[in-house]
Design a protein around this ligand. Sequence first.
Ligand SMILES: [Zn+2]
Length: 121
Amino acid sequence: MNKEEVKKFLEELYLLQDLDLLIDQIIDPTYLQTFGFKVSEEKVEALKQKREEVAEKLRKVNPRWLQTYERLRKKYKRGIARVVDGICTNCFVHLPASMNPYEVDTLPTCPSCGIILIWMD
Ligand SMILES: [Zn+2]
């Protein structure tokens, strides 16, 4: 994968995480209490289906990287985190200044917590 393909993969992966976090939130029993409305089973199922579509697309591009995401999500509830001002927003460590975003065939991960990283443009 060239740099552009790596970047695109990470953007799609971030979308997958948005869906995962949303699904986690709406199936949580406290959701109704917190937000005052309930999401129908049908809508939850539709979201889960969309989630699978996105995951399948990523699996075709790089199954190993998707597995890394799934493994990290079990640990942190998130598998990918934004880099903001050179800081990993999962563990809040300053990343080495020498670290380059998006290298060929490389899944960028935080040297401290191991989460997958995506840079803010
Ligand atoms: Zn980190």
